[in-house]
Design a protein around this ligand. Structure first.
Ligand SMILES: [Zn+2]
Length: 286
């Protein structure tokens, strides 16, 4: 069994004209990520039928559709409406985490309650520096308490400061990230992109922190997986792709799940570690 803990999805009304859609909502940083003005466009797109077909082709049983780290709190509400439709139409395959922006204040917290009532399983992807609020934020603290009370987890985007620059890159302050998870021991956190490979040995001290592998083929060679296992343990890593991002741009003309799965299966990991990463850890969290 395979569960992808980190994908994104948008309706065709968004990706047919991303510039018009984003500018109308003030979503400049999303636009920089998905349609950069210079450099290669790595973003692919898929509708929900294509997503399910690509999951079938790769043997991915379930996928977590993360919300984006929107700058405008109202966009989080729009994102939620798409997700509710997707998970209610395909409850056996699709799981969703709600987009959230702490600048939305108590309205944003009300939206989270609605999201959880509608069956969403967590909060994220969050990226406070890209969204215009601090990690030290009362509304954010309330959101994490709510998540813990409702048995939901939280996905944080994390940037590795040592990797090359790319469009939309925003640094993650490690100490703020670390102390946020430390302040909320009852809340389960997933630090995306292998937590930027920042200080995993210290992160291991926090039992409530997991990592995902989303987009890592763009940033590292395959030896990174064993390195991450050695530092934090296979019990703390979740398979994630960042689909429909083309994370193998040299050989992927369209997005798929198979390329990243093959890389993980063929890099010499122990079978037990691999099965934890591909599904067991994620099942435990969900
Ligand atoms: Zn991310």
């Amino acid at each position: 069994m395979v569960i992808d803990a980190h994908i994104h999805l948008y309706p065709p009304s968004v990706y047919k004209t991303p510039k018009i859609w984003a500018e109308a909502r003030g979503e400049r940083s999303w636009l920089d990520c998905v349609a950069p003005e210079s450099g290669p466009a790595l973003q692919g797109w898929a509708d929900v039928d294509q997503l399910l077909k690509d999951m079938d082709d790769a043997g991915v049983e379930k996928a977590i559709i993360l919300g984006w780290y929107w700058e405008n709190p109202d966009t989080c509400m729009e994102n939620l409406a798409w997700q509710i439709e997707w998970i209610q139409t395909h409850p056996d395959r699709l799981i969703a985490y709600a987009a959230f922006n702490a600048n939305g204040g108590t309205r944003a917290l009300d939206m989270l309650e609605r999201a959880f009532d509608a069956g969403l399983s967590g909060i994220g992807e969050l990226n406070p520096p890209a969204q215009g609020y601090a990690y030290e934020n009362e509304i954010l603290d309330n959101a994490f308490e709510l998540a813990a009370n409702r048995g939901k987890s939280v996905n944080f985007h994390v940037t590795d400061p040592t990797t090359r620059d790319y469009p939309g890159k925003v640094e993650t302050p490690f100490e703020s990230l670390f102390s946020t998870a430390q302040r909320h021991p009852e809340t389960t956190f997933i630090f995306a992109h292998l937590a930027g490979m920042m200080n995993l040995i210290r992160l291991k001290q926090l039992d409530n922190v997991y990592l995902d592998t989303a987009a890592t083929p763009l940033l590292y060679s395959d030896s990174i997986y064993q390195k991450a296992i050695d530092q934090i343990g296979a019990g703390r890593i979740l398979f994630g792709t960042d689909y429909p991002l083309r994370t193998f741009p040299k050989r992927q003309s369209i997005p798929d799940f198979t390329s990243h799965l093959n890389a993980l299966r063929n890099c010499g990991l122990e079978a037990d570690d691999l099965s934890k990463i591909l599904s067991k850890n994620c099942s435990k969290i969900l």
